[in-house]
Ligand binder design. Structure first.
Ligand SMILES: [Zn+2]
Length: 368
């Protein structure tokens, strides 16, 4: 960034937003310091507008939001998605089929400062709830499991035959029986201009199940680059959710970091409606949007004054870790240092990783 962009007046403004003027001159931060910082709880829930009686529903127990430190709000610890194209014969199984390996990676993420991981899978993504329970029981990391449906191509046939109300009731029942702490990731086909009729039904049903239970929602917006794709898919998702009574403050619009939104036009509109802007593919899917651009978009969000509505995670599915690459904590160990290098202050990062995530996940249980 040039000096011209960073005149004194601007520098002062950025200081107030938490972006340091000495970007690039900061001493490098050690991994241990990152982990220590990430583990340090901040602010009381009341200061964040979390109502009393609110909990975060992990697989093992309901916990006070304040007991969570660094949270990854969208990862995959168990996923066996039916591929869009048939898998070639002899292709290796998805990495998360190796539950022992993923268990070790979750332990490692805990050592690297992660206190809670939200799994973004559900039955139509091949999520194995028993595997998640094992990870919750055998590590120090809180695991939040999710429910819902992914997108038209993965829906089981009954989605088409059931009514919206039936899908909602069944999701509500499944959420209680399986201790879901979120509905997500709720997606739509990536290369269509509009949701399909069934996807609209699922979004409305998830919204109704949220209204009855309080359980928060995170989505997967249609971020594709085809000629039909509109950058405002996340806003249209909010339209459907709001039409059945969802308050957007309990919604994160996911894959926002795959949008080309350097001026934060869409991000501002998402935030203005009260929802979280979900940057859930930091360090991954670089062929769609490189991290350098994701950093620039985070800076645009901070400069727009929206730091309290940003969530960060990696949508990581365990690939490439057998070669000892960054694991599930990659948001903390790889992406946060990039933001620090760009001059974002630790207190801002901590606020995003901890306070924003607590506020997103916290809910007062309704109807038992
Ligand atoms: Zn995902």
């Amino acid at each position: 960034m040039s000096n011209q962009r960073f005149g004194m007046k601007r520098r002062e403004a950025l200081r107030l937003l938490g972006i340091g003027a000495g970007a690039g001159l900061l001493p490098s931060v050690t991994d241990a310091a990152i982990a220590a910082l990430a583990k340090q709880p901040t602010r009381s829930p009341a200061a964040d507008g979390i109502p009393s009686g609110a909990i975060v529903r992990t697989l093992l127990e309901d916990v006070p939001p304040a007991s969570l430190a660094t949270v990854l709000f969208h990862e995959h610890l168990s996923i066996n998605l039916r591929p869009a194209q048939p898998r070639p014969a002899g292709a290796p199984p998805p990495p998360t089929q190796n539950v022992d390996m993923i268990l070790e990676l979750v332990k490692r993420a805990g050592r690297e400062g992660v206190s809670c991981i939200v799994d973004g899978g559900h039955p139509d993504m091949g999520r194995d709830l028993a595997a998640l329970k094992r990870m919750a029981a055998e590590t120090d990391v809180h695991i939040v499991a999710s429910g819902g449906y992914y997108m038209e191509r993965t829906y089981p046939p009954e989605v088409a035959s059931k009514s919206e109300q039936e899908v909602a009731s069944d999701l509500e029942e499944e959420a209680r029986a399986s201790r879901y702490g979120a509905f997500g990731e709720i997606g739509q086909m990536p290369n269509l201009a509009e949701m399909t009729a069934n996807e609209r039904k699922v979004f409305a049903a998830v919204g109704r199940a949220h209204v009855r239970t309080g359980i928060p929602i995170f989505t997967h917006n249609a971020y594709g680059t085809g000629p039909n794709v509109r950058p405002d898919a996340g806003l249209r998702q909010l339209d459907v959710l709001e039409s059945v009574g969802v308050n957007p403050r309990h919604v994160a619009i996911g894959h926002s970091c795959c949008l080309d939104d350097l001026k934060a036009d869409i991000f501002r509109q998402i935030a203005k409606r009260g929802a979280f802007v979900g940057f859930d593919r930091v360090t991954t899917v670089q062929q769609i949007m490189p991290d350098a651009t994701k950093v620039q978009m985070v800076l645009a969000i901070l400069e727009a004054g929206l730091a309290d509505q940003l969530l960060l995670s990696a949508d990581f599915t365990g690939q490439r870790t057998l070669e000892d690459g960054p694991g599930y904590a990659r948001t903390v160990t790889v992406f946060l240092p990039l933001l620090r290098q760009a001059g974002v202050k630790d207190e801002v990062l901590q606020n995003i990783m901890t306070n924003n995530a607590r506020r997103f996940l916290a809910f007062v249980p309704r109807n038992g």
